[in-house]
Design a protein around this ligand. Structure first.
Ligand code: 1HN
Length: 346
């Protein structure tokens, strides 16, 4: 048991005032709050954002606010545990649902936070990333890593919506968040998704080295879905049919701070995840799935998003007995591992 420590109120008011005057603070009244016993006390609350409820409000934003007045027309999925104005899903993750209407252009810029887009609905939109045109189709993952120019355009005839996942809360906390505006990009012919289309085969230039830190920017959903199904068929006893979105040159994480994964739940499958330090985000691409985090339970319909804090017992269940469920997962694992604070319990 921890000893009970002295409180601020136990100290003479003039002593506390004298400390304040010199920008000094006694540690012991706050020690247990910054260093709780046994496990952290996350502000992040398990939260569910049903797409059915947010979609009409996002489309309404399309009527209320022209793209020129928004630059990025986004409704932020804010975790109430952090306070909505903080625009945080977890300590390090930001989530937003972005709407682009036919003919609109979200101008080119670059910034320090890393972003990815998971396409939710609609056809005809694209993102140019440092001159590489990435078409946006449902379930595609598109990276816009730190420092790379990106702009969004739309040649189709229906609204396009995608989920943005950024490490903005962390980069902002580090006082390292800023952006630079650019001009319309010149599109180059290359596509990393083509050059790295087949696992195990790497482009090997003889006369020059590929200098790109992020060689693959678009991960098409049809490839990811097929890879999950082939893994499930090849390894019938594999408990978690999961793929990591990785950098094909290094084999490591696709980005430096957040981790991205695609998980297939077999028909009827229940999956108990190990208790781990990073917070997680679940976004249902296809099927239906239940997320249980400690005492809370959410039923995810297609395009729903949920967030769970780190250090909590999480389990997933496919609600269908005859169809697989496909879940996109984002988490803070690369960050925790780099910082040496990653933990897995049990
Ligand atoms: C951003 O650049 C985009 O480029 C979307 O689509 C959301 C949220 C915060 C900061 C930058 C985009 C963003 C963002």
């Amino acid at each position: 048991m921890d000893a009970e420590l002295g409180r601020l109120e136990d100290l003479p008011a003039d002593y506390v005032a004298a400390l304040r005057e010199l920008n000094l603070v006694p540690l012991w009244p706050s020690l247990r709050a910054v260093l709780p016993p046994q496990r952290p006390q996350p502000k992040t609350r398990a939260t569910h954002w049903p797409y059915r409820s947010l979609r009409p409000l996002l489309l309404q934003a399309g009527e209320l606010t022209p793209i020129e007045k928004a630059e990025r027309r986004v409704l932020v999925l804010a975790n109430p545990g952090h306070g909505l104005e903080k625009m945080q899903a977890s300590a390090a993750m930001y989530l937003g649902m972005q709407l682009l209407l036919p003919g609109e252009w979200a101008p080119s810029h670059r910034h320090t936070p890393n972003a990815v887009r998971m396409v939710v609905e609609g056809e005809g939109a694209w993102t140019n990333v440092d001159g590489e045109k990435c078409v946006m189709r449902r379930g595609d993952l598109i990276l816009t890593p730190t420092g790379l120019w990106h702009e969004h355009g739309h040649d189709g005839d229906e609204p396009v919506v995608w989920l943005d996942v950024l490490d903005l809360p962390l980069v902002y906390y580090l006082e390292a968040s800023y952006h630079i505006n650019g001009t319309r990009q010149t599109v180059k012919p290359e596509h990393g998704e083509r050059a790295y289309a087949r696992g195990g085969l790497l482009p090997t230039p003889v006369f020059q080295r590929s200098a790109k830190a992020y060689p693959m920017l678009r991960y098409p959903w049809d490839e990811t879905r097929a890879a999950l199904q082939e893994l499930a068929a090849d390894q019938p006893d594999l408990e978690a049919v999961q793929l990591s979105y990785s950098n094909p040159e290094t084999g490591g994480d696709a980005q430096n701070i957040l981790g991205f994964y695609a998980l297939m739940l077999r028909p009827g499958q229940a999956l108990v995840l190990p208790v781990r330090s990073p917070a997680m985000v679940f976004h249902l691409i296809e099927g239906n799935a239940e997320v249980q985090a400690e005492a809370q339970r959410f039923t995810l319909a297609e395009a729903d998003t949920a967030c769970v804090p780190g250090y909590s017992a999480v389990s997933l269940r496919n609600g269908s007995a005859d169809a697989p469920a496909f879940v996109f997962i984002a988490d803070e694992t690369p960050l925790h591992r780099k910082l040496g604070v990653f933990e897995q319990r049990g």
